[in-house]
Design a protein. Sequence first.
Length: 569
Amino acid sequence: MIRRDVTRKPHLGELLVEYGLITLEQKAEALLLHKQSGRRLGETLAEMGLVTEENIARVLAKQAGLPFTRLRKGLVDPRTVQIISREKAELYEALPLFCVHGMLTLAVSDPNKINVLDIIRKLTGLEVQAVVTFKDDILHMIEEAYADSEGTIEDFASGLDEADIELVSHETTGRFEDIAEMAGQSPVINLVNQIILKAIRERASDIHLEPERQFFRTRFRIDGVLYDVMHQRIELHAPVISRLKIMANLDIAERRLPQDGRIQVLAQGRTVDLRFSSLPGVLGEKIVLRVLDKEAGIVNLDQLGFAPQTLQLYRSLLFSPHGLVLVTGPTGSGKTTTLYAGIRELNSIEKNIVTIEDPVEYQFDIINQNQVKDEIGLSFARILKHTLRQDPDIIMVGEIRDAETAGIAVQAALTGHLVLTTMHTNDAASSVTRLLEMGVESYLLASSLIGVIGQRLARTICPNCTASYHASQAEMEILGVSDKKSLQLLKGKGCPQCFDSGYRGRFGIYELLVVDPELQRILFQEPTAAQIRAYQMDRNLPSMRSEALRGVLEGKTTLKEVTRAVFVD
C-alpha cells in the first residue's frame, strides 16, 4: 500500500501508481525523461505508451474533485463562447461552455492551473465552475466554435452532396412576399436539403427547428433521445420555415395557427416521407418533421428483438383465422412497427388486408390503407364499420381510442376476422382492463381476444465503443445473480458515431400474453390488472422486466438504459 503525506496534494505520478495504472519503476523512468525533456509528466507517460490521455484527464479531475466530461457540439452555447476571445481561449486551453444564473461552466485540460480560473473570473465577472476534458478536444472545439459561433450553411453542408436529395413534387400556394423570395434563394434551399439529408443519414426519427432569441436551433431525435445538431442565425429562421411550407404545399402567410402537411423527398435513391407540423410560439413558429423512411422503417419480424419462444407465439397469433390481437405501450414504443412487421409477413394476393390509420405512415402494395380524417367525420369507428362491408380477411386498426371503436373491433373479431390494433397502456394486463372500462362486455372480450403484446424500446450499446466492466453488488442483485462472485457487463464509452452517448440503435422488449382456456375463464370474471399480473407470475410467463434484464445479461444494453425505458425497480 502506498503511503503519502495527506497534508499535501498528491502528484499525478503518485495518483497513477495508486490507481494501478503504472508501476513505481515506470513512474521513476517517466520522471527521469520528464526532467530531461522539460515536458509535462502526463505527456511523457502518454508518449511512453503507459497511459492514455483519458487516464490522465480522469485522474486529474479526481485529484481536483471536478467532473470529467467529453466535449461535443451540444455542450457549447454559441452565445457564451464569445465571453472570452479566441486568443485567450487558446492561450489558457480553456473553453466557455454555457452560463446559468451567473455561473460559467469552463472546460479545462489541466485543473491544477488555478491562475487560469482566477483570470477568467476577472475577465468575465462571473463565478467559474471547471470541468475537465481532453486538451485536443478543447483545441478542436475552439477551432469550430470561434470559426463561426452561430454556424454557417457551408460548414453544415460540408461532405454532403446536394444532388443526393430532391423534392418529389410540390405545388406552391399562398401569397409570396419578400420572405418567400428569400426562401427561394439557393442558400436557404440548400440548407433545408442538407438538414433533411443529414437527418436521414443519422437515422433520426424527428427533426426539431426551434427559434431562440438570437439564433434558431436544429435538433434530431435519434434512438428516442434529442441531440443538438446545429445553430443558425435567427434571420434564417423565417425563410427556412417558408421553404418547408412551400415543400409541404401550405400557406406561408399563415403564422398564427398550427399547420400540418406532408413532404415527400427522394434521398439517396429512395423515397422518404416527412410529416410537417408547425406550432406558433412566443419567439416564432416551431417546426417538427417526422421522418418516415420506408426502407429503414419497415422491418421483418426476425429483426424486432423477440425472444425465440415469444416470436413463435406471435407468429401463431398472426396466422389465426380470427380473433383480436392487441399491441400496447406508450407513445414511441414501436407499436406500429410491430404491427407493420406482422402485416408484411401476412401480405399476399390471396388475402384482403385493410388498414385504418392516423396517419398512414408507410405504404404497402396490395394492402388497402385508409386515412382517418376526423375533421370531416371520417373516424376510426366510421371507417371500421364500412370496412366490414369490404370482405376483409385481416383488419389493422391504428389505435383503439374510444368505446365505439373498441366495440366494433371486438364484433369484427367475433365474426371471423383477424383484427390487429394498438392501445396506449403501460403493459399487457392494463390493456385488458382498459377494454373492460370502455364498456366491452367481459364475455365478448373473453371470446374475441387471443393475445396481447406489451412492449418498450431500449437503446443498444454502440458496437464501435463497447467496453466491459465488473458489475457492482447492487447491479448483480437487480439482475438476480448476486450469488456469483463476479459478473462482466458491457457498456458504451461514447464515440462520434453514437453522439458520445454509448448507444446506437434500439431493440424491442416484449411481454406476450396468449389467451388460453384458463385466462379466458379469468376474463369472464372482469379481472383487475393485478389479477392478470398474478396469473402471469403463477405461469412464470416472461414479463417486460425479465426480458429487459435478459437483454442486459446478453450484452445488448445496460441496466441504466432499461431502468429508463422499462422502469425496472
